[in-house]
Every structure is written in C-alpha cells, then in structure tokens.
Design a protein around this ligand. Structure first.
Ligand code: COA
Length: 336
C-alpha cells in the first residue's frame, strides 16, 4: 500500500507587493533584490488581520478537497505546518478543523519552518502506510507580512518573504505504481539561532517585555533574524544530499526525474542546485519570482502550479526538497 496525492490546491492573497513598492518603504532596489534572490514580487495579506494563517490554509484546503473529489468528511487527520501561527498556542490545525467544520478528528501542528511541508508530508506518509488514517489533509500556510520589519533595518529579511498557502490530500492507494517512494528528514540544532525569531519564547525574556515597560528587547529577537550567507552555504550542500538520499532509498535513478520542486528559498539557491546536479531547466520548477519565499507553503504552492500548468502528469517521478531554519532539511520522492 502507498500514500498518494489525491488532490492539491493553493491560495495566495490578492495584494501584490512589487520590489518597487518596497523601494517606497525602505532603502532597497529592484536590481539588488532580483540579483540576489530572483524575486520580482510577492503577496502580502497585510496587517489588518482579515486573512490569518489558518484562513489562508483553509482556502487552500478547500481547493485540495475539491481537486481530490472527496467528501471533506472522509478526511480523518490534519497536519498543519507553519512558522507564523494565528496564536502562540493552540496551533493552526485545530483552527482549520473548525473552519472546515470537520468531526473531532486529530490535528497535528508541525513547526519546521521552511522544511515544514516536507516534515508534514513525511509524517502523513508514515500514518497512511501504518494503516492508521486513510485521508490526511496536509497544509503549509504562512502569513509572514504581519511580522516583518518593513523599514531599512529589516531589509535583509523582509524583501524575501511572502504570504500564501498550499494543501494536499494524501490518501491510501493500492496502486503500487504511484505514490510516495521515500522520505528523509534531518536537523542540526546547533545552528538554531542562525535563522530564528526569539519572541515570543522563554529564552529571551518575553515575560520582561510584557511586565516591564522599561525593558528594551533585542531587535534581532523580535523580528526574524537570518545569517543569510551562512544559510546559503548550508542550503546548497544539504539540498542535493537530501535529494540524492531519497533516490538511493527508493532505488530510483535520477535520470528518470521529471521535476524537482525545491523549497522556494532563493532562485540563486535553486539554480546552484540545478547546476550541481546537472539538471535541465525543464526539470526544476521555480515560482519564487512571483511569490517570494513562503516557507512551509512554498512546496505545495509550487507543486500545485506545476500540475495545473500541465508540467507534471500522473506517474511522473517528482522530487520535493527543503532546507531552512533549525537547521532542518529533507526530501520526498514520489510518483505523482
Ligand atoms: N536591499 C539593498 N541592500 C541590502 C538589502 C536589501 N533588501 N539587504 C541587505 N542589503 C545590503 C546589506 O546591508 C549589505 O550592505 P553592506 O555591504 O554595505 O554591509 C549588502 O547588501 C550585502 O548583504 P549580504 O547579506 O552580504 O548579501 P548577500 O549577497 O548574502 O545576500 C541574501 C543576502 C539574504 C539574499 C542571501 O544571503 C541569501 O539568499 N541567503 C539565503 C537566505 C535564504 O534562503 N533564506 C531562507 C532559508 S530557507
């Protein structure tokens, strides 16, 4: 028995924020952003709170359910990945269960940032293969724009990230020719603070922040902090490692790869991996130019777009891979 993607969908907020729009808010420019990251525009919900992370996830989930042609009540478990939850606790999974008006099924939250969707999909795969669940709703959703420093001080991070959500229905199938072939998940916690946000959290005195009005929190801990060069160097090593590991575990040859969908961290990272692995342009899907880095949402959004553009067909060998904060990284190899 295998776990197959029965349905997929994505949703991005309507508001397009171009690099030129950012030039009005901070000292940056289109050339710098495009040269370093490939990003031309991204979507922002903004700070009015109308579309929370779980609402974005809900909109993507509705499309995935429709695409799977199942009754939503056939879903027997939810896995929700995000680093930008509506609430500090509880996580987004239960909020999604409520919006979808599902029965009292379980809802698990995954906090693995850019690798969140890979961790969530791998976990769902294990549940399906164990026989515990039949149809798992796996969602990656992010509302980054609420928490980015949109001034010059935050430009090294804030130009990169965008909002959006993607969802899949992973279900049981007896067709052995399709489905997830192998998964891997990795971490290296000694680099946890090379890409992180400290607040709210117990390490950097958020209680002081709440109770003491004179307390001056460290800027780097309130907004996301990223050691960009360091992250870049690790990403370009870990991506290929994880991808090749999945091929080896599955006993498949990379020659048969139809499409690599890398987490959309940075177009330069994707191009580096493509060159390193000797892949053709048509074997690597990128849409970071339009959406920026949407963290846990980037892989399902990209997969959903690649399928809807007819670039992936049933039976194609697809590699999904991610690297990000933690550090965490991993890969999933599947026959769509
Ligand atoms: N616009 C204009 N200038 C900017 C800027 C912006 N948005 N952000 C930073 N700069 C400036 C810096 O202040 C620095 O100026 P200085 O030389 O006068 O000090 C200069 O540009 C170079 O900064 P640096 O951080 O060294 O640039 P970089 O070439 O490493 O590119 C990243 C920065 C973030 C694009 C790059 O490191 C990267 O993509 N890293 C990986 C990030 C990633 O993928 N994160 C997601 C993880 S999944």
């Amino acid at each position: 028995m295998k776990a197959v993607i029965k349905g997929i969908g994505h949703y991005v907020p309507e508001r397009v924020v171009t690099n030129q729009d950012l030039e009005k808010l901070m000292d940056t420019n289109d050339a710098w952003i495009q040269e370093r990251t490939g990003i031309e525009e991204r979507r922002h919900v903004g700070r009015n709170g109308s579309e929370t992370t779980s609402i974005l996830g809900f909109k993507a989930a509705e499309k995935a359910i429709e695409n799977a042609k199942i009754d939503k009540n056939e879903i027997d478990f939810i896995i929700f990945a995000t680093l930008s939850p509506d609430l500090y606790f509880p996580g987004g999974g239960v909020l999604l269960q409520n919006y979808l008006e599902l029965d009292t099924i379980g809802a698990l939250d995954v906090r693995n940032q850019c690798s969140g969707f890979i961790y969530a999909l791998s976990t769902a795969n294990a549940f399906i293969k164990s026989g515990m669940y039949k149809n798992i709703l796996v969602v990656g959703a992010e509302n980054h724009s609420f928490g980015l420093d949109m001034t010059t001080r935050g430009r090294g991070v804030s130009v990169i990230f965008g909002d959006g959500a993607g969802a899949v229905i992973l279900g049981r199938s007896d067709d052995e020719s399709r489905g997830i072939l192998s998964c891997n998940m990795h971490s290296e916690g000694k680099y946890a603070e090379e890409l992180m946000m400290g607040f709210p959290g117990t390490k950097y005195g958020w209680v002081d922040l709440m109770l003491n009005e004179d307390f001056e929190p460290d800027y780097d801990k309130i907004y996301p902090y990223m050691n960009g060069n360091f992250v870049f160097k690790h990403a370009v090593t870990r991506f290929p490692e994880a991808i090749l590991e999945a091929f080896e575990d599955a006993g498949e040859s990379i020659e048969n790869l139809k499409m690599l969908i890398p987490h959309q961290a940075n177009l330069r990272i994707s191009q580096f991996i493509q060159r390193q692995m000797g892949l053709r342009d048509d074997q690597v899907f990128n849409n970071i130019m339009k959406y920026g880095n949407t963290t846990a949402a980037s892989i399902p959004i990209a997969l959903s777009e690649a399928i809807s553009q007819g670039k992936i067909e049933q039976g194609d060998l697809i590699s999904l891979a991610a690297f990000g904060s933690g550090f965490t990284w991993g890969s999933v190899l599947l026959r769509y």
